[in-house]
Structures are given as structure tokens and as C-alpha cells.
Design a protein around this ligand. Sequence first.
Ligand code: PGA
Length: 250
Amino acid sequence: MARKKIIAGNWKMNMTPSQALELIDTLKPLVANDDVDVVFCVPAIDIIPAVEAVKDTNIAIGAENMYFEEKGAYTGEISPDMLTDAGAKYVIIGHSERREYFAETDETVNKKVLKAFEHGITPIICCGESLTQRKQGIYVDWIRMQIKIAFQNVTADQAKSAVIAYEPIWAIGTGETATADQAEEVCAAIRACIKEVYDEATAEAIRIQYGGSMNAGNAAELLAKPDIDGGLVGGAALKPDFGKIVNYNK
Ligand code: PGA
């Protein structure tokens, strides 16, 4: 069975609630494509208005982060129940910016992934190497480690529905995209790792995105690769160009 492509926008810390509504209004007609699952991962405060604004469209709303406890004295955090009650279907977990600026680790990523599954939220699990790691030639080892820890105690059935985003840190927000061959090499290695940890059926079902300066000009070539099932898009997700990425096959 062919995997359906999934293209998600990662809005990061952009768009106030009213700006979010304007952007959704602009993008709504541009992102219609039945061949692709379309997700807007938006700031927490934008989730409720965004869910309302995408009703009756093909767009799902996701969050950019979530805490791994149910509730309690965790000032400033967002719980899984808050996300599901607000209507979020996806959550980005372990983005490299969260790892760098907010001290997230592979272990907290794993806890969040397990929590997301427990609540029926699809995690978009991020991994990726630094430029130094790439130059040292240890990027595949590094990413295999990130994946193995992220999936600890995750069942095969859960893993089948997960989304992994391979985002080389050196390509994020820099305008320097990995070549389609570089991205495919790592996405294929991730699928092989999932096959080792689980089995062939799980590896064939799981969807793996590429992220890092994906844009209207390079999306089609990246998405043509056999192990690249979609994109996690930052900068270009805030522009009408996002519609062109989603319609890469038209
Ligand atoms: P970018 O961001 O597309 O702006 O490089 C991607 C991401 O961080 O998810």
C-alpha cells in the first residue's frame, strides 16, 4: 500500500491569533489536494481559532509541543488533554529548536511520544544531525540513536501511525537544503532502523518527512524519493508558496 504524503507547516513562534486567521484564509484554497494530508502546526494560543477556521477543509491542526504529564503544577506547559479538547490532531515533538533552546532530550522526547499515543494524538517526531556530525560522518549513527530512544516502549501499531521528520539542523532556516539524495539516504536509513526495531510492515507504514528549507522550488524533487513521504516546512509554510509545496504533484 502506497503511503499517503503528509505535508505539515511548522509555524514556530509566528502569527498572533488574528494573523493566524488571515493566513488560514489565504492558504485554504491553495492547499486543496486529496493526495496529501495537510497539517498546520500552530502556536498553542492559535489552536482553537485555527481548528474553527479549517472546519470542512482538508487541513488538520497540530501543536508544536506538549508536556508529558497529565496535569498539575507545571506552570506554562500544555497537557495532552488540552490539545485533544482544543481539536489538535498532531503534535511536533523534539524539534531541534526545542532541543537547543529548551533543553529537550531524547528521553523527554520518548516520554512525550508515549503520552501523545496514549491520547490519540499523532506525533511528528523530529530528528537530525548538526553540521559537525555530518562532517564527521556520524550522522546516520546519531539519527539511529535518536530514533531508537524516541520509540522505546512504543508498540508496532502505534509506530505505524507515527510521523518522523528528518531535519538536518544545518538546513533549518538557512536556505541550504539537503540535496534530494542526501535526504533520501537518511530517510531510507531511518526506515531500515524502524524495520530492525519492529518489522517490515511497520517500516513500510510509517511516514518519514524531510524538513529544512523545503520550498516550492525543491519540494517536487525531494518528494519524488521513495523514502520521503512528506515535508515539515517552516519559513515557506507562512507564505502562499505553501500551496505550491502541497501541490508539488500537479
Ligand atoms: P525551515 O524550517 O523550513 O524554515 O527550514 C523547518 C523546520 O524547522 O521545521
